[in-house]
Design a protein around this ligand. Structure first.
Ligand code: COA
Ligand code: AMP
Length: 629
């Protein structure tokens, strides 16, 4: 087996040949002759003259290769007490018919389709049907509220929305229909139709715009794959940025297909016939890349799980699924492992299950704390592999690559840089820092295939957001350092993005909601440490002069407003009233300094600070128990 250093050298010697060879892992209608188009740098395009269809790669070619009777999706839903095994042939049929249904509603190549569905197989069917038509899907996570949905409708301008009557959270049914209706009301753009999957747990009353999923497919005819250019968009996935307006990360078809095939094989060490489980949600990038596209493009079976790691029914839920489907690789956020550990520290559930099929546990989405790493390693006795990446990259930037001779694992590091990425650590002046010194983690351009080519409809915002701070580099927004073995250590975000239970959120958008409260003069929302979720948002508010309010009432009002405007996933539950916020002399709130204190990092008190006492007063409130002080 080749080693990591050999394969990295191969890429460094000739990146173009490297990605030309990798492109052979997928099927093309017309194979690319040009590999990289740099003519519009800093905007790059991979495989510019290639033509393909992503759905054909995920389904048609698997059936043609004899995988028709192999399971493509294991759906397992303890929340609805149901299970289903769908073969590649069945999935292809369902996707071709649903694509026909969408086409009958007027969806054509290049049109957008917004998908707002819970973790049901129909979410994958809808995504793949869009890919089949050359339409562009935009999946929105179910934990977002109507206003967030409306912002995405106005930006993506979908012809059709595909939704369900409800999602299910432990102990409550989330009615989707009123959220979608409210979002359409709020949005300026109006879709022509809303396809509704009726779930028996709660049926929606359908209006004029709504079409029942089952009625649609009853009359639909199967649709063939529509060839698209490699650079045509496959999907838009909105993610939190530093401002309230979400960023529409674009993924193309060609580079994405190659990156999915390459990473599933070489980073995750998985292949045809393997059973793979990414315990995330289709609304996040992990769901796009590693629940739906990569495993299917590689002919594996993917598990779609509608449930939580604990309480559905107990802390043994994950181990039961692994045993039942003989899962070979599990990918999950560390927070889920912490949730399990909290309920079953001794691992008694683990010992009740036969987990011999499980080769590797992959953890990503937030920093993997050493104690969680150690617990998982001790309990499972298999490699526990941290991998670092983001919505924008679409696939891992740093990992311990399982497709090559394994490298030593170091707790606290996602290991080494994945071939294709040229990662550097820069100081504030844009100079490369020596090993052991923390700085901004950046990626030298061009980034590899599958990474974002731009933001939807806004090349300038793409350039301003990512490519301007350090010209020639993509700014990841994370800070960290290389150690003496070239292992990367990711220390956390350096901007207004926080990670709550593996969910990426913008403190800026929460601040906008808090600041709209008529009693609030100014505010800052900072991510503070949380034992289970890694980080949670805490709002610091300064009241307007003369305002007197019961802190409990104010907290309830603000928590409800954030839940209504952004959604339950924002999980803002802590509000602290403070007499003042630390500021510079020019009146700018010292958010970066507050963040550093909350992260336990070294803080250099800025010389421009207005009043050091205000900073000293707020420091204890930024600790994990600070809301109780
Ligand atoms: N639809 C509607 N509401 C949702 C939702 C969805 N799809 N997902 C989460 N929510 C709600 C939750 O019910 C919760 O509501 P509550 O405040 O009424 O309790 C709120 O949003 C916050 O959710 P979360 O932060 O996930 O907390 P939790 O207590 O429900 O679960 C964990 C905690 C750790 C068990 C859970 O977050 C988890 O399993 N995370 C795994 C990480 C993951 O999937 N990451 C994706 C990237 S890898
Ligand atoms: P998302 O775009 O939702 O995937 O979130 C990406 C962000 O999550 C990154 O920029 C990091 O801040 C954080 N993140 C993801 N994986 C890791 C990891 N393995 N270690 C540390 N942080 C991570």
């Amino acid at each position: 087996m080749a080693g990591y250093h050999e394969i990295r050298q191969l890429w460094q010697d000739d990146p173009i040949e490297f990605w030309r060879a990798a492109a052979k892992q997928i099927d093309w209608v017309s194979a690319p002759t040009a590999i990289l188009d740099s003519s519009r740098a800093p905007i790059y395009r991979w495989y510019p003259d290639g033509v393909l269809n992503t759905c054909a790669n995920a389904l048609d070619r698997q059936v043609a290769a004899g995988r028709g009777d192999q399971v493509a999706i294991y759906y397992d839903s303890p929340l609805t007490d149901s299970k289903q095994a769908i073969t590649y042939r069945e999935l292809l049929d369902q996707v071709a018919v649903f694509a026909g249904g969408l086409a009958s509603l007027g969806v054509q190549k290049g049109d957008r389709v917004l998908i707002y569905l819970p973790m049901v197989p129909q979410a994958a069917v809808a995504m793949l049907a869009c890919a089949r038509l050359g339409a562009v899907h935009s999946v929105v996570f179910g934990g977002f509220a109507a206003a967030e949905l409306a912002a995405r409708i106005d930006d993506a301008e979908p012809v059709v929305i595909v939704s369900a009557s409800c999602g299910i959270e432990p102990g409550r049914i989330v009615e989707y229909q009123p959220i979608v209706e409210e979002a359409i009301k709020l949005a300026t753009h109006k879709p022509t139709a809303v396809v509704v999957l009726q779930r028996p747990q709660s049926l929606a009353v359908l209006g004029e715009r709504e079409v029942d999923w089952h009625d649609l497919i009853a009359t639909a005819t199967k649709h063939d794959c529509v060839p698209v250019h490699a650079n045509d968009p496959l999907y838009i996935l909105y993610t939190s940025g530093t401002t309230g307006k979400p960023k529409g990360v674009v993924r193309d078809n060609g580079g994405h297909g190659v990156a999915m095939a390459w990473s599933f094989t070489n980073v995750y060490g998985m292949g045809p016939g393997d059973v793979w489980w990414a315990a995330s949600d289709v609304g996040w990038v992990v769901g796009h890349s590693y629940i739906v596209y990569a495993p299917l493009i590689c002919g594996a079976a993917t598990v779609m799980y509608e449930g939580k790691p604990v309480g559905t029914p107990d802390a043994g839920a994950f181990w039961r699924v692994i045993e039942e489907y003989r899962v070979n690789g599990l990918f999950v956020a560390p927070t889920a492992i912490r949730a399990i550990r909290r309920e079953d520290a001794a691992g008694s559930h683990i010992s009740q299950h036969d987990l011999r099929s499980l080769r590797t546990l992959f953890l990503a989405g937030e920093r993997l704390d050493p104690s969680t790493y150690q617990w998982a390693t001790d309990q499972l006795g298999i490699p526990v592999v941290d991998n670092w990446w983001q919505t924008e990259s679409g696939w891992p930037i740093a990992s311990n690559l399982r497709g090559f001779a394994p490298m030593p694992i170091k707790s606290g590091s996602p290991s080494v840089i994945v071939p294709g990425y040229d990662v550097q650590i820069l100081d504030g002046q844009g100079k490369v820092v020596p090993p052991g010194t923390e700085g901004a983690i950046v990626i030298k351009l061009p980034m590899p295939p599958g990474t974002l080519p731009t933001l939807w409809g806004d090349d300038q915002r793409f350039i301003d957001s990512y490519l301007t701070v350090f010209p020639g580099y993509y700014t990841t927004g994370d800070g960290g350092y290389f150690d003496e073995d070239d292992y990367l250590h990711v220390m956390g975000r350096t901007d207004d993005v926080i990670n709550v239970a593996g969910h990426r959120l913008s403190t800026g958008s929460m601040e906008a909601v808090v600041a709209a409260n008529p009693m609030v003069a100014e505010c800052a929302v900072i991510g503070v440490h949380d034992e289970l979720k890694g980080q949670i948002p805490r709002a610091f508010v300064v009241l307007k002069a003369g305002v007197e309010v019961d802190p409990i009432d104010l907290r309830a009002t603000i928590v409800a407003a954030v839940r209504d405007e952004i959604g339950p996933v924002a999980a803002l539950k802590e509000v602290v009233i403070v007499p003042a916020l630390p500021k510079t002399r020019s009146g700018k709130i010292l958010r970066a300094t507050m963040r550093s204190i909350a992260d336990g990092r070294e803080v250099v008190v800025p010389s421009t600070i207005e009043d050091v006492r205000v900073l000293e007063a707020i420091t204890p409130l930024l600790s994990r128990d600070g809301a109780d002080s």
